[in-house]
Design a protein around this ligand. Structure first.
Ligand code: SF4
Ligand code: SF4
Length: 399
């Protein structure tokens, strides 16, 4: 955010959220169809990384080491791991006074999350179908019957995104910046709620019992986008990671949002054009119904294999970097964002302008990190660092 907008919001006591979420159009349901009668709860062992670990993508993808070739991402991953068993605990015997007003508590919990350095926070009822059916770690059935879900988003850092290809050495670290920070915030928030006398559990990168996308949609934190199983936030694009706290603390809920993304993604395909794995579909209507959810028909396994096996860096987030919604929060970009949201005819112009201005091209003068690669446990300076691929609707990129 600019100094001016940050200053104005920081000193305006009526504005709780750092971003102007009050300006978003609220709707009764998410903008992509969810057939709640048909959704089956998902077994965590069927998830992408769980399948990779168990050998489902082939032996060379099993140890996930490709994601942690860069020493910073390794350090971040180890820190997040220390929070794996901090997600739950005893609930105070006596409830704290003044905690039974849902409106007041929703406001207080959001303020607490922002104090802990969250960037965007939303609250919804916990959809029962968002709870995984079985644990990846133990195979045991999962039960989580809390009433509410508090979702916390943390930005992966605009300046680093601006400098990076998205598939160079800093890529996994950007994701883990947000994963480790949201893990930290969610564990503290859950513990705080338990100290107020209400059950609460954190769900973060090292210990989830819930799926995030339906929660983010119902909590008004974004819409589904062309990249597939990912929710795009109007202020951060897809440049964030999330964690959730489920709880029985009485909370007022948010409503889903509509900022025109379904129409925007149908006109734009920058992520499909530059995905190094060719995992994102082209076409105006490349959506499918998957387990009761309408989503863009991405190829999850291609994406996973590329992120684990990337030879040009560590992990991948090219689709995050090239997306026209991946912008800083300046007055100019706020204006463009407003036109993209409110004037359908301006969307093609915005996409064309994004290309014309060279957005998505790495701005290497902002590069602050050292390229390093762990090879057989020894750090080396790699002779390659990210690469921009260009696909057309009739071909797919390959490494
Ligand atoms: S391979 Fe990279 S660009 Fe393609 S979908 Fe996966 S993360 Fe996005
Ligand atoms: S790059 Fe374009 S098509 Fe892809 S998610 Fe962003 S807005 Fe949608």
């Amino acid at each position: 955010m600019t100094i001016l907008t940050t200053y104005k919001r920081a000193y305006d006591g009526t504005k709780l959220d750092p971003y102007p979420v009050e300006s978003l159009k609220r709707v009764d349901r998410p903008t992509t169809f969810i057939d709640e009668e048909r959704i089956q709860r998902v077994d965590q062992r069927a998830g992408g990384f769980a399948r990779a670990r168990s050998g489902g993508l082939g032996p060379s993808y099993q140890n996930l080491l490709g994601l942690f070739k860069y020493p910073l991402s390794r350090a971040q991953q180890r820190m997040a791991a220390t929070l794996a068993d901090k997600v739950d605990g005893p609930v105070a015997e006596h409830r704290a006074p003044g905690t039974d007003d849902p409106e007041a508590m929703a406001r207080h919990i959001k303020a607490t999350a922002y104090f802990l350095r969250a960037d965007v926070v939303g609250i919804c009822r916990l959809p029962p179908y968002a709870v995984y059916s079985h644990s990846q770690a133990t195979g045991e059935p999962i039960e989580c019957a809390h009433k509410y879900a508090i979702a916390v988003l943390v930005d992966q850092d605009w300046k680093t995104a601006d400098a990076s290809f998205g598939n160079d050495w800093i890529s996994t670290s950007m994701g883990f910046l947000s994963y480790s920070t949201t893990a930290f915030i969610s564990c503290i928030l859950a513990d705080y709620i338990r100290k107020l006398g209400y059950p609460a559990r954190a769900h973060h990168i090292r210990n989830y019992q819930v799926m995030l996308p339906p929660i983010l949609l119902w909590a008004g934190l974004g819409e589904m986008c062309r990249t597939g199983d990912i929710v795009l936030n109007p202020f951060l694009g897809t440049r964030f990671k999330a964690a959730v706290v489920t709880t029985d603390l009485p909370l007022a809920i948010d409503k889903p949002i509509d900022f025109g993304l379904q129409d925007f993604c149908s006109k734009c395909a920058k992520c499909a054009t530059h995905c190094p794995a060719g995992a994102i579909p082209f076409g105006e209507d490349s959506t499918v119904v998957h387990n009761g959810y309408v989503k863009w028909n991405n190829d999850v396994d291609r994406c996973l294999k590329y992120r684990i096996g990337n030879q040009w860096g560590s992990g991948c987030g090219v689709c995050i970097h090239v997306c026209p919604w991946n912008k800083p929060f300046t007055p100019f970009h706020r204006f463009v964002r407003w036109t993209m949201t409110n004037i359908p005819l301006a969307r093609r112009l915005a996409i064309w302008g994004d290309d014309l201005m060279g957005y998505g091209t790495p701005n290497q003068k902002n590069k602050w990190w050292h390229d390093l690669e762990a090879v057989d446990g020894v750090l080396q300076t790699p002779d390659r660092s990210g690469k921009r691929f260009v696909n057309s609707p009739t071909d797919r990129a390959s490494d």
